[in-house]
Design a protein around this ligand. Structure first.
Ligand code: FEO
Length: 395
């Protein structure tokens, strides 16, 4: 169903309640998602972004509810990832006279994805296209979150369309932030930030400053996923500033994997040490936990305490992926420690410490190893480890 966002600006996107994994199988989307596309009807007609390819017919039908698709003059592709550009071929079949407006990197990427000789116009920050009474103004936003990413701003209506930034994977019955459950909305917004935008936090801060310095009035922030921020739209900008500063909570996460419960007992003893020091913690058996939900908790916490038994002179393969996330997401201001049981060679703790070091997570206490099932004094060492991490958190 088409929704009028503000006079002359229509949401023509798609709500995808069914999608539970995004980016192939990489990102969990427990609450589904939306692919938001915006149709602007002025003297000229502009479409800002499209939707994922499987929903192309729905997009065309939605556009047709407002205008004849052949009347579209401008198609802005803020970002080439195919959840937004996937329906470009269908749109361009229906709107053959349209110009595709992209950043320079967007042109490379869109051409690379679709191999089509469309009429491209490349824009850079500050460029404007007049569409009648109002202008489209473009702001390049490289690495938020791809090199090609771009924001589009509509003057007169004061609508910022920042594509992935400020989005959430959140399928809902209604399109606006004041119509949905705020707690759910922020759970999805922080999960999105933690899993997608964390490595670009310094750029997020700079880009927000740059956009604010343009003194553009912003009445509506209309991202490409999830709900549209119309009630106090700058609340999500302030949240992004807070998240991008990466000042963690006074808390810890314990991440472990286990074969015969020895490493699990150690994890629980570490938790007792943290709790005895009044530091809140969450504990995840990583092999059976959702990786992206775990990353969201890692993002919030100050300390990451990770454990695995030794397996084939290494760590359990079922805990390895989380270390790849820690490396790639480049969390800042974190401290950590390692632990694990072993039977024979016992390399796991050293390997985990190397992973934490490589992820710039500062080790604050020597790791604890327990041979075979942990004995009472091993568990006491684990409690001590928890207390020392707590001291470092409180320092
Ligand atoms: Fe929603 Fe980067 O695509």
């Amino acid at each position: 169903m088409v929704i009028e966002v503000t006079k002359g600006v229509y949401w023509v996107g798609v709500v995808d309640w069914a999608i539970k994994k995004f980016h192939g199988q990489e990102l969990s989307t427990h609450r589904g998602s939306t692919y938001n596309a915006y149709l602007i009807v002025d003297e000229k007609t502009a479409l800002v972004d499209t939707v994922w390819g499987p929903f192309q017919e729905q997009l065309i039908d939605n556009i047709r509810e407002v205008v004849d698709p052949t009347k579209i003059d401008i198609v802005v592709a803020n970002h080439a990832e195919t959840d937004h550009s996937g329906s470009l071929p269908a749109v361009m079949r229906h709107s053959p006279n349209a110009t595709v407006v992209v950043s320079q990197r967007g042109k490379e990427s869109i051409e690379g994805h679709f191999h089509q000789p469309w009429d491209f116009k490349t824009v850079k920050t500050g460029d404007k296209i007049n569409i009648g009474r109002n202008d489209l103004v473009f702001v390049e936003a490289p690495m938020l979150h791809w090199p090609d990413s771009m924001f589009t701003y509509l003057t007169g209506k004061n609508v910022l369309m920042p594509n992935d930034a400020f989005g959430q994977h959140y399928a809902t019955a209604f399109r606006f932030n004041d119509q949905v459950n705020e707690e759910e909305l922020y759970e999805e917004a922080i999960k999105y930030y933690a899993n997608i935008l964390t490595p670009f936090s310094s750029l997020v801060l700079k880009k927000i400053d740059e956009v604010l310095s343009l003194n553009l009035a912003v009445d509506i922030i209309a991202p490409s996923h999830g709900v549209i921020w119309r009630k106090d739209p700058l609340q999500i900008v302030k949240k992004y500033q807070e998240w991008a500063a990466q000042q963690p909570e006074r808390s810890a996460v314990i991440l472990y994997d286990t074969m015969w419960e020895g490493t699990r007992q150690m994890a629980e003893a570490i938790g007792q040490g943290l709790a005895a020091s009044d530091v809140p913690y969450k504990m995840f058996h990583v092999a059976v936990s959702d990786r992206n939900d775990v990353i969201t908790e890692v993002f919030k916490a100050k300390a990451i305490i990770a454990g695995s038994p030794t397996f084939n002179q290494g760590i359990l393969p079922t805990i390895s992926p989380i270390f790849e996330d820690l490396r790639g997401l480049k969390f800042q201001n974190k401290i950590g420690a390692a632990f694990g049981s072993y039977g024979w060679s016992g390399e796991s703790v050293k390997i985990i410490e190397e992973h934490l070091n490589n992820s710039k997570i500062q080790l604050v206490v020597e790791g604890v190893r327990a041979k075979w099932q942990p004995k009472p004094d091993d568990l006491e060492k684990c409690q001590e480890l928890g207390k020392k991490v707590a001291q470092a958190i409180n320092a």
